[in-house]
Write a protein of this length. Structure first.
Length: 193
C-alpha cells in the first residue's frame, strides 16, 4: 500500500501543472524629473530598484532615485544654491500581469505605489544657509517590462512623488499630503532571476 501511494504521488508530481515561480528583478535606470516643483526644464535623475514578484503578479520593490541640481533654474543664469539634490527611497507594492509567461520573451504591464523617505538638500557656496529635509513621501505610477530572454529585458515607467506631512493630533499623528511634488519618468535594463 505504501508503494502504491508513493508511486501515485510521484506520478502526480510529474504530470501535474508546474508550480508558479517567483521572479527577482533588478533594474538600474535613468530618466527625468519634471513638473510639480521642478523650477524649470527637465532634471536628470538616476537610480535603481530591486523587487520580487510572486508568480509574476503581485510583489514588492525597494526603489531609490537621485536627482542632482533639482532646484536649479536653467532658464536664467542666477543660482542661489551651490549644491542641491533630491533623493527618494520608497518601499512599494507592485501588481502586474506577465503576458507571455515568466520564461523567455514576454511583456509585463504593472502598477506600483508605496511610501518611503524623500530627502532634499540645498546649500550655498559660502555655507551661509543649508536646508536638509527628511520627510515621509509617497509614489504612485505605472509602467511595463519587456523581456527578450529568460533573464534580460527593458523597463520603463512613470511615477508621481509627493511629500507627506505629520499633522499631529491629540491622540497620535496622521499623515497628510504636503506641498512638494514632481513626476519622474525612467527607462532601464531589467535583470530577472
Amino acid at each position: 500500500m505504501l508503494k502504491k501511494c508513493a508511486l501515485i504521488a510521484a506520478l502526480m508530481l510529474v504530470i501535474g501543472p508546474a508550480s508558479a515561480r517567483a521572479d527577482w528583478l533588478f533594474t538600474p535606470n535613468i530618466g527625468i524629473g519634471f513638473g510639480g516643483d521642478t523650477p524649470s526644464n527637465d532634471k536628470l535623475t538616476y537610480g535603481a530598484s530591486l523587487g520580487w514578484m510572486g508568480a509574476g503578479i503581485a510583489g514588492f520593490e525597494a526603489d531609490w532615485s537621485y536627482t542632482p541640481t533639482f532646484f536649479e533654474n536653467d532658464t536664467d543664469n542666477i543660482s542661489f544654491a551651490d549644491s542641491d539634490n533630491v533623493q527618494n527611497l520608497m518601499a512599494n507594492i507592485t501588481l502586474g500581469i506577465p503576458v507571455g509567461g515568466q520564461h523567455g520573451a514576454g511583456f509585463r504591464p504593472y502598477v506600483v505605489g508605496g511610501l518611503g523617505l524623500m530627502k532634499t538638500h540645498v546649500a550655498d557656496a559660502d555655507q551661509l544657509f543649508t536646508v536638509d529635509s527628511n520627510d515621509w513621501g509617497m509614489d504612485l505610477g505605472f509602467g511595463a517590462m519587456g523581456f527578450m530572454t529568460d533573464h534580460v529585458g527593458f523597463r520603463g515607467d512613470l511615477r508621481y512623488f509627493r511629500d507627506l506631512q505629520d499633522t499631529e493630533q491629540v491622540d497620535g499623528f496622521t499623515l497628510a499630503t504636503g506641498n512638494f511634488d514632481f513626476w519622474r519618468g525612467t527607462v532601464g535594463l531589467t535583470f530577472r532571476w
